[in-house]
Design a protein around this ligand. Structure first.
Ligand code: FMN
Length: 367
């Protein structure tokens, strides 16, 4: 039996036109959304190398920790010449700290500053950052963002959700206000804070944000895992670009495919089984380089190991060994049989997206 594949949607021709955030030109309208714990330098480099990415953003970084130069924070800020344009995402509820951190990041070489107003996690909301900022429509949030915009000469962008809950979709209000004070672009995840990662995105909510602004680009975000999802989001919301998070973890070839689809109508192939295996190894090598120690790099790799082994359909005992990986040599020994044999019978490139990527679970006040 052959699966009947739906025909690919026609690409939106205006997506071929150049897009800028402030004065920064993007090579593509598809950008990597921040995923704390994943979108570090090793992953960004590896995805950029494949091609088609317009912009990458770091994991969210605490503004105060930047000023204190905490070791963990400086690690999150590691980048290189092959990692441009780069947006650094900051969070916090204190305007002076946010502005000072942005200034420091400008000197450090960030291309853009992104302010996190969407994160529902308790440690972020508790300090008045993330989606807590979406509750204040009295002017304090707008003032905070304005202080950051005025502190730097590089473009400042904001990433938000639709609002705290469905009774309070404050995103269109904020987008309009932000445009007036000089924010250069907005990314909008089509869920509320209350929703966490449940349910589906609300395209009408994203469209309301697109319609609220006059000139600045709005990046739609949420649940884009395929070309058809991207086409639907563009069609239903009118967004000027798309930010992709989990879809890029599942398929690092996704940006290249989206870009090819926009330019030619044909997305081309994803990575083969052996390409995936090679990507996995390169990711591990770079994690080791980044953490500066083989054991630390392998520990960090365990975060993605179960995902990668599932995508490669490796047996349970290999998955288990990956979860306890200590050296690169062990990785090579474990994967050698798969490099030789190639994909297991019946493996398809779609296996990789059928597995789930974990998101924060449970009552969201406990995240
Ligand atoms: C594990 C994980 C970590 C995330 N970390 C961040 C973050 O640091 N900053 C942020 O603005 N959003 C963060 N998000 C939200 C994503 O950027 C994105 O808005 C959301 O996952 C929906 O997009 P997607 O379906 O393309 O992944 C995170 C999401 C997940 C699943």
């Amino acid at each position: 039996m052959f699966a009947v594949l739906a025909p690919l949607p026609a690409p939106p021709s205006h997506y071929r036109e150049p897009l800028r955030i402030g004065a920064v030109p993007l090579a593509s309208r598809f950008v990597l959304a921040p995923l704390a714990g994943y979108t570090n330098y090793p992953f960004r480099r590896s995805v950029r190398e494949i091609g088609g990415v317009g912009l990458c953003t770091t994991d969210l970084v605490n503004a105060r920790a930047i000023l204190e130069k905490s070791k963990k924070t400086l690690e999150l800020l590691v980048t290189g010449p092959d990692d441009r344009p780069l947006s650094v995402q900051i969070f916090g509820g204190n305007a002076a700290e946010m502005a000072d951190a942005a200034q420091w990041l400008q000197g450090y070489g960030a291309t853009l500053i992104d302010i996190n107003m969407g994160c529902p996690v308790r440690k972020v909301v508790r300090v008045g950052g993330g989606s807590a900022m979406m509750c204040d429509t009295t002017g304090a949030t707008v003032k905070l963002v304005e202080q950051v915009v005025n502190a730097v000469s590089i473009p400042v962008t904001v990433k938000m959700r639709l609002g705290w809950d469905d009774a309070n979709h404050t995103a269109p209000y904020f987008a309009r206000e932000f445009e007036q004070i000089g924010v250069a672009a907005v990314t909008i995840h089509g869920r509320t804070r209350e929703q966490g990662f449940d349910g589906t995105i609300n395209p009408a909510g994203i469209r309301a944000v697109v319609e609220a602004v006059e000139r600045i680009p709005v990046f739609g975000n949420g649940d884009v895992m395929s070309i058809a999802d991207a086409a639907r989001l563009i069609d239903e919301t009118g967004c000027h670009g798309i930010a992709i998070g989990r879809g890029a973890l599942a398929n690092p070839w996704f940006f290249r495919q989206l870009d090819a689809w926009v330019r030619t109508g044909d997305p081309g192939a994803r990575g083969s089984y052996l390409d995936r295996l090679a990507f996995t190894r390169t990711h591990l090598v770079r994690l080791i380089e980044w953490r500066g120690h083989e054991y630390a790099g392998c520990s960090q790799f365990r975060k993605v190991a179960s995902w990668y082994t599932k995508a490669l359909r490796m047996p349970k005992q290999v998955q288990h060994r990956f979860n306890n990986l200590k050296t690169l040599a062990e990785f090579d020994e474990l994967t050698a049989p798969f490099r030789e044999s190639g994909p297991p019978p019946g493996w398809t490139e779609w296996d990789a997206t059928s597995a789930q990527i974990n998101v924060p679970q449970g009552p969201n006040s406990h995240w």
